[in-house]
Design a protein around this ligand. Structure first.
Ligand code: DAH
Length: 365
């Protein structure tokens, strides 16, 4: 084949390609596939006289580049004019509430159904509400249990705009001592008594962030607690136990039971630690496998400790302006993270995962 003929053939192939309307994939096979029109033409190079072969190779190379480039353009053209209604749609990504927010909503619902009111109090609060009003005088060793973050107030004497001739008034709350990041939601107890002008009945559920100097697989520096407080005439331990059982059934299922163990807190007397029965072994501590039974690995003893409770100490009622001879009350407080992760099927062994912002983890809830 003469080089002149080859040039004509290349020209014709280009023209043919330009008029094509088929989609990109089909054109790719037809023109640039193994047995495609380009390769068929390229094979003919053998018949070109040796002296012209170099030029022929160049022309064919050029042709291939042009076809490839035009093919790319064709794709965008055909795509915009071609809609396949049978292709499944693209699902937009849908977010959801964080599992702890979900738990908070659920816990609020459970308690509001039996007449509790959800309240919120400051998460940076005065020592008075976090400790002293709860029967923990300054320097009392019981305070050590709450590994507290203390907050230094800015020194107003260093303030540029500070004018010694006009000293600033102290904030009335400053009588409350030092500021702390609330290490527990119990700071809401006396605050709630004050909100209601020391007039029971009180049925409070206080859910808030808490902060402690601790960090490991079962603790985070920031976590959440919920605190219940009931004050009225004639309130006794049976009311406390009934409320705990009610919560256990609602949150963990009808088979779950609560258990009180004697303990000590400064702000309750008597005080208890509260356990819930394990859903894996139904509180027996044993898992049956055929005739054999082994120790339950989730709880080891049949029960999970979740928090504290007790009958409100008379000094606490007094701190809130309530007469302890006339009124009694109970209170309880738990970590939401722990309460939630003990739920059936949620064996989260490292609580820090909750705050890792890892979508692979969070999308499971
Ligand atoms: N505030 C306690 C803590 O953080 C828990 C607690 C115990 C709360 C007994 C209460 C209570 O209301 O009565 O460990």
């Amino acid at each position: 084949m003469k080089i002149k003929n080859l040039k004509t053939k290349i020209k014709n192939l280009k023209r043919q390609f330009e008029q094509e309307t088929a989609d990109r994939q089909a054109l790719n096979i037809k023109y640039l596939g193994k047995k495609g029109l380009f390769n068929q033409l390229a094979k003919e190079i053998k018949t070109v006289p040796a002296a012209d072969r170099k030029q022929a190779g160049k022309l064919l190379n050029q042709l291939k580049q042009e076809l490839t480039a035009q093919l790319r353009q064709k794709q965008t053209k055909t795509q915009s004019s071609w809609i396949d209604l049978t292709i499944p749609g693209k699902k937009p990504k849908v977010g959801h509430l964080h599992p702890i927010s979900q738990a908070m909503t659920e816990i609020t619902q459970i308690f509001t159904e039996i007449g509790f009111t959800r309240v919120r109090y400051p998460e940076v609060d005065w020592d008075w509400y976090a400790f002293e009003s709860l029967n923990m005088p300054p320097d009392h060793p019981a305070r050590d249990e709450w590994e507290t973050f203390f907050v230094d107030l800015p020194d107003t004497t260093k303030d540029i705009a500070y004018d010694p001739a006009k000293p600033r008034k102290r904030h009335p709350d400053q009588a409350g001592g030092q500021l702390v990041l609330t290490p527990h939601t119990s700071n809401g107890q006396v605050r709630e008594m004050e909100r209601l002008n020391s007039q029971p009945p009180i049925r409070m559920i206080n859910i808030a962030r808490c902060y402690r100097r601790q960090q490991d697989a079962t603790h985070t520096q920031m976590f959440h607690q919920f605190e219940g407080l009931v004050v009225d005439q004639g309130i006794n331990i049976q009311h406390l136990k009934g409320t705990l059982d009610y919560f256990a059934h609602q949150f963990y299922g009808p088979g779950c039971q609560s258990r009180l163990r004697p303990f000590h807190f400064r702000f309750t007397e008597p005080s208890f630690e509260v356990d819930f029965s394990c859903h894996l072994c139904q509180g027996t501590g044993q898992i049956k496998k055929g005739k054999k039974s082994t120790k339950c690995r989730f709880c080891k003893s049949g029960w999970h400790e979740v928090g504290g409770a007790g009958m409100v100490h008379p000094n606490v009622l007094q701190a809130g302006g309530i007469d302890p001879d006339k009124y009694t009350g109970f209170a309880f407080g738990w970590g939401i993270e722990r309460t939630y992760t003990l739920r059936k099927g949620l064996n989260i062994d490292d609580i820090r995962l909750l705050y890792s912002a890892d979508l692979r983890f969070l999308q499971q809830f």
